[in-house]
Design a protein around this ligand. Sequence first.
Ligand code: ATP
Length: 213
Amino acid sequence: MIGILGGTFDPIHYGHLRPALEVLDALDLAEVRFIPCRIPAHRATPLITAEQRLALVRLAIVDQVGFVADDRELRREGPSYMVDTLASLRADYGDDTPLCLILGSDAFRELPAWHRWRDLGHLAHIVVMQRPGDLPPFPPALEEFMTPRRVYAASALRREPAGGILFQPVTQLHISATRIRILLAHGQSPRYLLPEAVLASIRDQALYLGATR
Ligand code: ATP
């Protein structure tokens, strides 16, 4: 079973890394693939290039067994739609391997805005990194999508290649890339919110100094 964590990673931080490790362990995944988007479909263009964001991801995960940086969205033209990414992973892994799209609760809530979002359920399971208290009610379309697909154990995901939705509780880290960018732009330190090697590389390259958001 393979985990997929897509994101802008602008930059990657412990709010991505710790919950992803907990999902890797709790679901006994073979790997979690970190997939930075080239052009985010639903948000403003990042301040640094996709290659720079990918390089920071690589630095963050280099010594964690089971964490893999995946550059497939950078190799694709146009906006980075997750449905295309999952189709490409499905082609690589074959029809039988369970794929798990890992989403933070905020991303899950926004799912009905995603390109061909219902098709995601044909291509992968969805694993929501759950915040305490952040449970239904969700938007009606999402609630309707979720109810017949909801499962309560990783073993249920393992039995099918796609189509289940599991809420996985993870340690809550109130860390966002936005806050890290703002701290850097204001000359304040984001130390301990992200890996030391990532911060060192950001400083070496003088990234985010002009960030306003
Ligand atoms: P930004 O502040 O720029 O919006 P972000 O920190 O939310 O960025 P993204 O790259 O947009 O990071 O997020 C990638 C994925 O990681 C999404 O599914 C998001 O929900 C999840 N995620 C981000 N931060 C956290 C966190 N602190 N805890 C759990 N999941 C998170």
